[in-house]
Write a protein that binds this ligand. Structure first.
Ligand SMILES: Cc1cc2nc3c(=O)[nH]c(=O)nc-3n(C[C@H](O)[C@H](O)[C@H](O)COP(=O)(O)O)c2cc1C
Length: 189
């Protein structure tokens, strides 16, 4: 069982990365192999809509995303974490999501068995404010990202009202909830 975590925050060791670490630690304790990818450290371009992947399933942009495609396909469960930026995911995560168009083509045009899956995916997100609709855009975006990549959104941890770096540590209940996400991911639930 391989649980892949993708950290979508440009702020290293911030609130969402702390929760992701907690989830991966707990997945490891539950017996899964784990791997963490930090988008902020990767070099990749946004999708250029060239259309090549429609026919080949392969992205023409030869950058760090090529390796991430393979990791997403190889993993059995995926946990994505992102801060809320203007009511959606961070820009680096959105760029990575748009690059999943190549995976979408492999699933829907080329019908590759490797992508025709519904593996469990999880979302961890934190925003500073407390509005009812704070996570609406993010949930929709992540649902369709997961669908393109062969996953379904199985569970989510959505935290309102936490802003300053590391303040999530003042909330043991959220750390516990992140650990529970990791446990579920390790069980493929
Ligand atoms: C560019 C930017 C945009 C943001 N937009 C929102 C927003 O629309 N709503 C909100 O509640 N918080 C917003 N925030 C606050 C972050 O979501 C919050 O600080 C979060 O805890 C950051 O998580 P991180 O430490 O994992 O990066 C924004 C922060 C930044 C830097």
């Amino acid at each position: 069982m391989l649980v892949l975590g993708i950290s979508g925050s440009p702020r290293r060791n911030g609130n969402t990365e702390i929760l992701l670490d907690e989830a991966l630690k707990s997945a490891g304790e539950a017996g899964a192999d784990t791997e963490k990818v930090i988008l902020q450290k990767m070099k990749f371009s946004p999708c250029i809509a060239c259309g090549s992947c429609d026919n080949t399933g392969i992205c023409v942009l030869k950058d760090d995303m090529q390796e991430l495609y393979e990791k997403i396909i190889a993993a059995d469960a995926l946990i994505v974490s992102t801060p809320i930026y203007f009511y959606n995911v961070s820009a680096c995560l959105k760029a990575a999501i748009d690059r999943a168009q190549a995976l979408w083509a492999r699933r829907y045009y080329l019908k590759e068995p490797l992508l025709l899956k519904d593996k469990p995916g999880y979302l961890i997100s934190v925003g500073a404010t407390k509005g009812k609709r704070l996570f609406k855009g993010t949930i929709l975006t992540i649902r369709y990202y997961y669908n393109a990549a062969g996953y379904v959104l199985a569970d989510q941890l959505l935290v309102r009202g936490v802003d300053n770096k590391g303040d999530i540590n003042k909330h043991p209940e959220y750390l516990k909830a992140a650990a529970e996400i990791g446990r579920l991911a390790a069980q493929g639930k």
